[in-house]
Design a protein around this ligand. Structure first.
Ligand code: FAD
Ligand code: EPU
Length: 342
């Protein structure tokens, strides 16, 4: 039986699990979980492994979610999509556009499963999934009970949702409901999208433009293992931002509705001259400093050491302390990523 997790995480880290089970239905998923529990083994659910770092071998069962199915219901004013959690996100984006359904084009090329998308409220190029997410269907793996959380109950924030909370760790997401309005409006606020004409632009054109921007900056995990942005963009208080701007007037930043300021972590890392900086087999990506790549058979220790170094350099220079976006998995369960690199 294959127990290597290497092809199940986009960092391409070699780690083993006691058992890897690919599930295609809710019953299979619940059964695999119950088996592990009755054998007193730890268990975790994995999508496509594009936001995880395995720190060590996993001493239990990894349940790989491949629950498929896309149902589309057309209403007068919107399309309602019910999507199996194991569907590939980017293929979903492509399929909707092929069917003439716009709304997901800014979120093209984000790796991972549709069911993982609400967990960190995936976002890119001015759009987050919370804007179209109607509900998330889960099962409570302890009781077997099914429940549906509406968008508000999901408590979406920047790279946040209720599904990251410790008391929701035993909930498996099995399906996601999206509502894509027919009153489509292009979102052209970010990067080269701002150069497109809102009067004539099509969703397909935005999709092509987003794919081009992403391919020019972000490493392809098939070539160099990575998990996208390693850190979150830090959100700091107005006073701290003003002090920072007094020294560095050109920091890329985004004002938040509550008055706080989000900074571009990639820029902060870049200013520390860290592009291409290497520790063991891990390196800071040369086109996008927010991404750590597995350049040459990196171990998770290499990646953790590099993340620690980056955090210290940025903290010492700017007094801004970065926090990982990537989820760290230890021997039995997820571990606190910030503590691991601090
Ligand atoms: P995994 O990595 O498999 O899992 C992530 C976490 O969710 C784990 O803790 C896992 O245990 C848990 N989990 C997975 N499935 C379930 C389930 N069904 N039920 C309960 N818990 C579950 N993210 C963005 O937001 N925007 C981007 O632009 C972006 N760009 C990226 C670019 C690259 C090249 C890469 C590699 C990653 C990028 N990411 C981006 C991060 C990543 O794509 C997203 O976080 C994605 O949603 C992860 O999906 P996954 O299926 O791979 O999740
Ligand atoms: N920048 C630099 N040097 C760098 C990297 C960035 O100066 O090495 C500057 C850029 O010039 C730009 C700013 O920083 O002015 C922001 O860079 P970019 O547009 O590349 O976006 P980002 O803030 O680094 C975020 C998300 C990405 C998402 C993009 C596009 C986070 C943590 N990351 O990156 O999401 O695709 O915006 O919307 O919010 C992910 O979460 O894994 C991810 C890739």
């Amino acid at each position: 039986m294959n127990t290597s997790l290497k092809s199940f995480n986009t960092f391409g880290i070699q780690a083993n699990a006691k058992r890897i089970t690919v599930v295609e239905s809710v019953n299979e998923l619940a059964g695999a979980w119950a088996d592990a529990i009755s054998n007193k083994q730890p268990a975790m659910i994995l999508g496509e492994g594009s936001n995880v770092l395995f720190l060590s071998d996993f001493d239990g069962t990894v349940i790989v979610n491949r629950i498929k199915g896309i149902e589309v219901t057309e209403q007068d004013d919107a399309w309602l999509l019910h999507i199996g959690a194991g569907e590939n996100w980017h293929q979903l984006v492509e399929k909707t556009l092929q069917r003439g359904i716009p709304g997901l084009e800014n979120l093209a090329l984000i790796p991972g499963c549709a069911g993982s998308a609400p967990i960190q409220n995936i976002g890119a190029y001015g759009v987050e999934i919370k804007q179209v997410c109607q509900y998330v269907d889960c099962i409570d793996l302890n009781s077997g009970q099914a429940l549906r959380l509406d968008s508000e109950q999901c408590q979406f924030g920047y790279r946040e949702s209720i599904f990251k909370r410790a008391d929701y760790k035993h909930y498996a997401i099995v399906a996601v409901g999206l509502r894509l309005t027919k009153a489509w409006q292009p979102v052209l606020t970010y990067g080269s999208l701002t150069q497109l004409d809102p009067k004539t632009v099509s969703a397909q054109k935005i999709f092509d433009c987003v794919c081009e921007m992403r391919r020019s900056k972000l490493p392809d995990p098939k070539v160099n293992g990575n998990a996208g942005s390693f850190f979150k963009n830090p959100v700091i208080a107005t006073e701290q931002a003003q002090a920072l701007f007094a020294h560095y007037s050109n920091v890329p930043h985004y004002l938040q509705p509550d008055g706080q300021v989000k900074l571009a972590a990639g820029w902060l890392i870049d200013q520390c001259q860290l592009k291409g900086y290497r520790m063991g087999g891990a390196a800071v990506h040369r086109q996008q400093a927010l991404v750590i790549i597995n350049e040459d058979n990196a171990s998770s220790e290499d990646i953790v050491a590099l993340a620690h170094y980056i955090r210290q350099q940025v903290g010492n220079k700017f007094n801004v302390w970065l926090e990982p976006e990537v989820r760290f998995i230890g021997t039995n369960q997820e571990v606190n990523a910030l503590e691991a690199i601090a």
